[in-house]
Design a protein around this ligand. Structure first.
Ligand SMILES: [Zn+2]
Ligand SMILES: [Zn+2]
Length: 184
């Protein structure tokens, strides 16, 4: 079975940002193709919570699932600039359908400016790539990893994201290889 990864913007995201994320994701998944979809997906209206001034990532995932009734080997990662949440948490960097075909990440909290630091494009992109690979890892059926350097380590805060690398640790990598092959 041939796996494919698709990136799609939800709401407005600059084209160069999508391109740079796609390059970083490709460096990790290597044998799996990564394509940026030219269509722009609007933010589903019912995902907006005006009181929290955030968007419900689970509603966005449902929306993506309906929109892309792709087969399971095609993983669609939505990328959005708005802040995401799930009801039980203050915010999330992203969310994925575990073992499914859709995931979403938010760029909002990846900008150094969000934390009062000066702009750093390289740092911002490296964070976005890590979050993208992490959520895609969930789509491929990987859970969280205890290894702080592994991309599958859970990010509670941006510090965790900065500590981890964009790559899978040896253990997650072999799990991924197994999972990918086991579905073929
Ligand atoms: Zn996770
Ligand atoms: Zn790992």
């Amino acid at each position: 079975m041939v796996y494919k990864i698709f990136l799609v913007s939800i709401g407005y995201v600059q084209e160069n940002i999508l391109n740079e994320i796609s390059i970083g994701v490709k460096e990790v998944f290597r044998t799996i193709s990564v394509t940026i979809l030219s269509r722009n997906v609007p933010l589903p209206k019912n995902s907006s919570d005006s009181y929290r001034q955030q968007y419900n990532s689970s509603i966005i995932l449902d929306f993506l699932k309906k929109l892309f009734s792709f087969s399971i080997q095609n993983k669609v990662l939505g990328i959005t600039s708005v802040d995401l949440f799930v009801p039980e948490l203050n915010f999330v960097f992203g969310e994925a359908l575990f073992g499914g075909n859709v995931a979403v990440i938010s760029l909002k909290r990846l900008f150094p400016e969000f934390y009062g630091y000066s702009s750093n494009h390289k740092l911002f992109i490296s964070r976005a790539v890590k979050e993208a690979v992490h959520e895609l890892g969930h789509c491929f059926g990987l859970g969280h990893c205890k290894n702080k350097k592994c991309v599958m380590h859970f990010s509670n805060s941006i510090l965790d994201t900065d500590i981890k690398e964009k790559y899978f640790c040896t253990s997650c990598k072999s799990k991924l290889n197994f999972l990918v092959k086991s579905i073929t």
